[in-house]
Design a protein around this ligand. Structure first.
Ligand code: PRX
Length: 646
C-alpha cells in the first residue's frame, strides 16, 4: 500500500484557524501587490513609542538598502514583556524543563519583567550602553532569555554563541564584533554531561583582552577559575541593583542582534538583524504559521544559540504573550521517550523540532512514543533541513496520531523568520514540501545563468523583494553582504538553496547548492572545516564535502593530503577528528576522513568539488567529465580507496 502524498486541510482545522484558504489567497495577494498597505497594517501588532509613517524603503540593487518602519521607535523587550503586564502578569511566560526530568520551573510575565529589568541594570552598571555588543554563551536556562531581553532593553546588540562551539570559535565571534562583556554559566548540562562553559570563556579570553566583564550564572555549582577583576557572579550582581528599569527608546532600524553563520567562503559572518521589522515578522509568523491561539502551550526544541531559538523560542512567542517552553536537555536523555514525556508533563499543544531528531527517534520504533499520550498536541512543525517523506509520515502518523497538521518551515538565519511554509488552516501538505510562501514573500526559481524559470521547474531559489524580517547587513562588512546575497543573481536575494516547484506551485527545497553543508540541521561551511584541518602541522591540504547521511541528513567527508613523509595511520585519523572538534566544536566532527595522496584539480589549480561529492556519495558511475583535470589518475585512486572502505 503506498503512503498518501497529500494531506488536505480538514474542515475542523480550517474553521478554528486564523487563516483559511480563501483568506490566505486574499492576504497573500495584497501583501505582494501593496506591501506598504499590508505591512503598514500588520506593523501595528507591536507597540510603538512613536508610530511609523513610512513602511517599506528597500532596494536589492546597488548598495542594497533595507529599511522597514524606519521612522518608528519602539523597544523589543518592552514588547515581549512590559506590554503584557496589565493583561497577563500572572500568566506563565516561560516553562523551563531541565536536563534532569525532576527539574522544571514556571516563570510568569511579572517575574520575567523583574529579571529582565534587573539584568538590564546590571549591564548598565557594567558600563554597557546602547549599540555596544554583548556576547552570550549560555546553556538552555531561563537566564539565556533574560540576557537577550536585557540587551534589547538597554539597546545593546547581543551575539549568542552556541554552547557547543569551541573556545577558538567563541574567540573569533567575540573579536569580530568587539564585545566588551560576556554572559556565561559555570557549566552547562546536557544529557547528564557537563559542558565547561566558563572554562571555554576563560580560554577564549586569553587572547581577547577587550572583554572587561564576564557575568557568570551558577548552573551546576562546579568549580571554575576566577578572575577577580573581570568575573562577576550573576546572582550577586542581580541582588545589588534595582528592579526598575525604563526600556531604551530604539529606532526601528537600530540593531537588535548579530548571529554568526557559516557561508561558502571565509569565516562565519555576523548576520545583523534590527528591531522593528524583525519583531513584527517573528511575531506574525509565530501566530499564523503555528496557528497560535491564546492559552496554547508552545514548544520549540531548538537552542537559543541558533536563529530558530531567537525567533521562535524567545522573540516571536513572547511578543505574542505566549507560554514558551525552553528545554535544557536532549531528545534521548534519560530515555528516548523524553520529548513525548515533556509534551505530556506540560500539556504541549504546538511542537516544533528538526528532522534530524525525528529520524533519530524514528529509529527507536513506535513503542517509546506510543507509551505516552500526546493528546494535547494539535500542531507539529519541522525546521532546519529538508524532511524526507518517510520521516514526515512517521511524525504525522506516530507522533501526531494522524491528527495534527505538519508545518515544514523553510527559512534561514538571514531571513529572520519563516518564508515558505504551510499555514495549517489554509494549505494542504505534501510530505517533504515546504509548500507555499508566507505573506509578502516572493520566491523565484532561476537557472545558473539567472533566467527566470516558470511553472513546474527546478533551479536556484531567490526571493525578489524584501520582507520585514530580512537581515540588514553583515556586521562590519556591508560589501560582503552585497557580494554574498545579491551579486550571483543581480537584484535578487539568493538563498544558496536549490528547489523544485511542482505543478501546484509547491516548493520542495532540495538543499544547498553552495559549499555550505547542513549536518543535523547545523550549518557549516566546508571552507571552515578545511582551514581547521590545514592548521594541523601534519596536513598539507584538505577538501571537505557533504555526503548523504541517514540520521544527520548530511555528514562531513574530509579528503586529507598529508605532508611528505607523514604516515596515514589510524591514530592520526583520530587525532585529526579530535583536532577539528577542538578548533570549531563537536558539531563539526568529521564523519569520514579519506587519505588523499592528491586532490582532483583543474589545470588552473581549482579543486573539483563536484567530483569529490560524487566519490563521497559512492556515485562512482556518475563522475562526469574528468578529462579537464590536471591529473585524471587522482580520481581513480580516490575511487578505489573509497570503495575499499565500503
Ligand atoms: O538549506 C536550508 C536549510 O537550512 C538552511 C538555513 O540554515 P540556518 O541559517 O542555520 O537556519 C536554520 C533554521 C531556520 C537553509 O538554507 N533549511 C532550513 N529549513 C529547511 C531547510 N531545508 C529544507 N526544508 C526546510 N524546512
Amino acid at each position: 500500500m503506498s503512503s498518501p502524498t497529500f494531506f488536505p486541510v480538514t474542515e475542523e482545522v480550517a474553521a478554528a484557524a486564523w487563516v483559511d484558504e480563501a483568506k490566505y489567497k486574499a492576504m497573500y495577494e495584497q501583501s505582494v501587490k501593496d506591501p506598504d498597505a499590508f505591512w503598514g497594517e500588520h506593523g501595528k501588532r507591536i507597540d510603538w513609542f512613536t508610530p511609523y509613517t513610512k513602511v517599506k524603503n528597500t532596494s536589492f540593487e546597488g548598495d542594497v538598502s533595507i529599511r522597514w518602519f524606519e521612522d518608528g521607535t519602539t523597544n523589543v523587550a518592552y514588547n515581549c514583556v512590559d506590554r503584557h503586564l496589565a493583561t497577563r502578569g500572572d500568566q506563565t511566560a516561560i516553562i523551563w524543563e531541565g536536563d534532569n526530568p525532576a527539574e522544571s520551573a514556571h516563570i510568569t510575565y511579572r517575574e520575567l519583567h523583574e529579571k529582565v529589568s534587573r539584568l538590564a541594570n546590571v549591564l548598565k552598571a557594567q558600563g554597557v550602553k546602547k549599540g555596544d555588543r554583548v556576547t552570550i554563551y549560555l546553556p538552555m536556562i531561563p537566564e539565556a532569555a533574560y540576557a537577550m531581553l536585557a540587551c534589547a532593553r538597554v539597546g545593546a546588540i547581543h551575539s549568542i554563541v552556541f554552547g557547543g562551539f569551541s573556545p577558538d570559535s567563541l574567540y573569533d565571534r567575540i573579536v569580530d564584533c568587539d564585545s566588551k562583556l560576556v554572559i556565561t554559566a559555570d557549566e552547562g548540562l546536557r544529557g547528564g554531561r557537563k559542558v565547561p562553559l566558563k572554562a571555554n570563556v576563560d580560554k577564549a579570553l586569553e587572547k581577547a583582552p577587550g572583554v572587561t566583564s564576564v557575568i557568570v550564572v551558577k548552573r551546576t555549582g562546579g568549580n571554575v577559575a576566577w578572575n577577580e577583576a573581570r568575573d562577576h557572579w550573576y546572582h550577586d550582581e542581580m541582588a545589588k541593583v534595582s528592579a526598575e528599569n525604563a526600556a531604551e527608546v530604539m529606532g526601528a532600524e537600530d540593531p537588535l542582534f548579530i548571529l554568526y553563520t557559516s557561508g561558502s567562503t571565509g569565516k562565519p559572518k555576523g548576520v545583523l538583524h534590527t528591531t522593528g521589522g524583525y519583531l513584527v515578522y517573528a511575531a506574525m509568523t509565530h501566530q499564523y504559521v503555528f496557528d497560535y491561539h491564546e492559552g496554547d502551550i508552545y514548544w520549540c526544541t531548538a537552542d537559543v544559540g541558533w536563529v530558530t531559538g531567537h525567533s521562535y523560542i524567545v522573540y516571536g512567542p513572547l511578543a505574542n504573550g505566549a507560554t514558551t517552553l525552553m528545554f535544557e536537555g536532549i531528545p534521548n536523555y534519560p530515555s528516548v521517550s523524553r520529548f513525548w514525556e515533556v509534551i505530556d508533563k506540560h500539556k504541549v499543544n504546538i511542537f516544533y523540532t528538526a528532522p534530524t531528531a525525528i529520524r533519530a527517534l524514528m529509529r527507536e520504533g513506535e513503542a517509546p512514543v506510543k507509551k505516552t499520550s500526546r493528546a494535547s498536541l494539535r500542531l507539529l512543525g519541522s525546521v532546519g533541513e529538508p524532511i524526507n517523506p518517510e520521516a514526515w509520515l512517521w511524525y504525522h502518523g506516530v507522533v501526531g496520531d494522524g491528527r495534527c497538521p505538519i508545518v515544514d518551515t523553510w527559512w534561514q538565519t538571514e531571513t529572520g523568520g519563516i518564508l515558505i511554509t504551510p499555514l495549517p488552516g489554509a494549505i494542504g501538505q505534501k510530505p517533504g514540501s515546504a509548500t507555499l510562501p508566507f505573506f509578502g514573500v516572493q520566491p523565484q526559481v532561476v537557472d545558473n545563468e539567472g533566467t527566470i524559470l516558470e511553472g513546474a521547474t527546478e533551479g536556484n531559489l531567490c526571493i525578489v523583494d524584501s520582507w520585514p524580517g530580512q537581515m540588514r547587513t553583515v556586521f562590519g562588512d556591508h560589501e560582503r553582504f552585497i557580494q554574498t546575497y545579491f551579486s550571483t543573481f543581480k537584484g535578487k536575494y539568493f538563498t544558496g538553496d536549490g528547489c523544485r516547484r511542482d505543478e501546484d506551485g509547491y516548493y520542495w527545497i532540495t538543499g544547498r547548492v553552495d559549499d555550505v553543508i547542513n549536518v543535523s540541521g547545523h550549518r557549516l561551511g566546508t571552507a571552515e572545516i578545511e582551514s581547521a584541518l590545514v592548521a594541523h602541522p601534519k596536513v598539507a591540504e584538505a577538501a571537505v564535502v557533504g555526503y548523504p547521511h541517514d540520521l544527520k541528513g548530511q555528514g562531513i567527508y574530509a579528503y586529507v593530503t598529508l605532508n611528505a613523509g607523514e604516515d596515514p595511520t589510524e591514530e592520526l585519523r583520530k587525532e585529526l577528528v579530535a583536532w577539528v572538534r577542538k578548533e570549531i566544536g563537536p558539531i563539526a566532527t568529521p564523519d569520514l576522513i579519506q587519505w588523499a595522496p592528491g586532490l582532483p584539480k583543474t589545470r588552473s589549480g581549482k579543486i573539483m568539488r563536484r567530483i569529490l561529492r560524487k566519490i563521497a556519495a559512492n556515485e562512482h558511475e556518475a563522475l562526469g567529465d574528468t578529462s579537464t583535470l590536471a591529473d585524471p589518475n587522482v580520481v581513480n585512486d580516490l575511487v578505489s580507496s573509497r570503495m575499499n572502505r565500503g
